[in-house]
Design a protein around this ligand. Sequence first.
Ligand code: PBG
Length: 326
Amino acid sequence: MNVPFIRPRRLRVSAGIRRMVRENTLQAADLVYPLFIVPGENIEEDIASMPGVYHFSADKAVEVARKVYELGIPAVLVFGLPAYKDEQGSSAWDMHSPVQQAVSRIKEALPELTVITDVCLCQYTTHGHCGMLHGHKVDNDSTLELLAKTALSHARAGADMVAPSDMMDGRVLAIRQMLDQQGFHDVAIMSYAVKYASAFYGPFRDAADSAPQFGDRKSYQMDPANAREGLREAALDVEEGADILMVKPAMTYLDVVRQVKDSFDLPMAVYNVSGEYAMVKAAAANGWIDERRMVMEMLLSMKRSGADIIITYHALDAAQWLKEEA
Ligand code: PBG
């Protein structure tokens, strides 16, 4: 028998052929850009652990949101640093807090830009945990109403979508019921469905001033050792009415992204988190890596693993690079 000598390299000989057979691509439309909002006016402050990312006051956030929109990025994800904290985290649902203020100003200026809000209590509580404390335990059920109230305040400010990141059980249902009761049927829920207790959130907790004051988040966020449990978390959120599922962090959990993608028919998001960003920026600042090539390869790997939506601090740079390549 004459066995043919197979040459896969034939399909790599030119840029044109490589483009023809390319299985996955990255577009600006895949990206979401996170924003950190602080109280005040005319503020744009560096975040030490996240070079290139800033604390913005609501007015400045509108300017950045315009840049996001003009680059073809469809959405921003809004986080807030409140003016005050208490045991309950009541500034989370205060209509005068930075998130609510920024959301209404961004929607007024750029009605076509999708505005997503992070729903959690850790930035708003004095203890820095994502829910109500009973002693030193984070109590699930008494937290649900507060999360629902927070989501409602975001919807009232004009948010198109809310993204609960707290990892309390039953929160997607609690939020869905509250939004529906109050007439916000069209406000979607992007659930941080599969969220791990990860060291990769370190720089974010500096940026958002949200580190727990005692203990850790291991009693509510997932054990990094578990993948099958992620499918269970995702299934519950689908039943409770989530519109989009998220896996977080991204790079160290691409196997989970693929499994969730293959198991559910909802759009899939990944969160390329602060620690992943900080590692790249630090290596780039030292001249050790080619930042542009490395970022594009990382983001593409998320697409290849099944992500439809990538939340990333690299979004502005990546969209600019994509424009230059077009
Ligand atoms: C709030 C929240 C966190 C992140 C997003 N929402 C921090 C945490 O859970 O401690 C992390 C984002 C990042 O690291 O970029 N619960």
